[in-house]
Design a binder for this molecule. Structure first.
Ligand code: CTP
Ligand code: ZN
Length: 155
């Protein structure tokens, strides 16, 4: 720790919005993809990558001004950043802090990679995956998604 606070400030505080903290190192860009943020919408966003963390060794952090997250977004986020915490900030104060929790199932937020799956046939069948410890499994065709989960996100 430096005794000069000026040297500690990496990403400045936000006024109103959401701080997603303790993101698995390396996942910040996937988190932005889940939130549909690519910069073109004019959102005010700060990102820290691979910053030192007492708890995780290294972590990523995403701060979004003027935006709160939907439950679907938090559910998908939990799949790629299981230790993440969501901090709601109003008038510079953290007014709400919650750890993400892994749901048992996720519906309508991932697309099945199996071209023959009932959920990818243009039928009115919403995708649905069972959440396992290190992967998710399509309830219709049993296809497992593990490493390429970020590419299957469809929020
Ligand atoms: N934060 C922010 N803008 C604010 C308030 C907080 O960007 N106006 C950020 C802090 O920098 C921190 C996160 O939100 O990354 C959580 O803030 P806080 O609860 O004050 O920090 P800690 O107690 O360190 O959080 P934790 O215990 O979850 O690690
Ligand atoms: Zn399937």
């Amino acid at each position: 720790m430096s005794d000069n606070p000026e040297r500690e400030l990496r990403v400045s505080k936000i006024r109103d919005g959401t701080v997603i903290d303790h993101i698995t190192a390396g996942q910040a860009l996937n988190v932005l993809a889940i939130l549909g943020i690519d910069g073109s919408g004019g959102e005010e966003v700060s990102v820290g990558m691979n910053v030192p963390s007492d708890r995780l060794g290294r972590k990523d952090i995403v701060k979004v001004e003027g935006r709160e997250l939907s439950q679907d977004e938090v559910d998908v986020l939990s799949l790629i950043a299981p230790a993440a915490s969501i901090n709601i900030v109003r008038d510079y104060e953290v007014v709400e802090k919650a750890r993400v929790t892994r749901p048992t199932f996720v519906s309508g937020v991932l697309s099945c990679p199996n071209a023959n799956c009932i959920s990818t046939q243009g039928e009115p069948v919403e995708s649905r995956f069972e959440v396992l410890d290190d992967a998710v499994r399509c309830v219709y065709c049993d296809t497992i998604i593990r490493e390429d989960l970020p590419e299957r996100i469809d929020v």
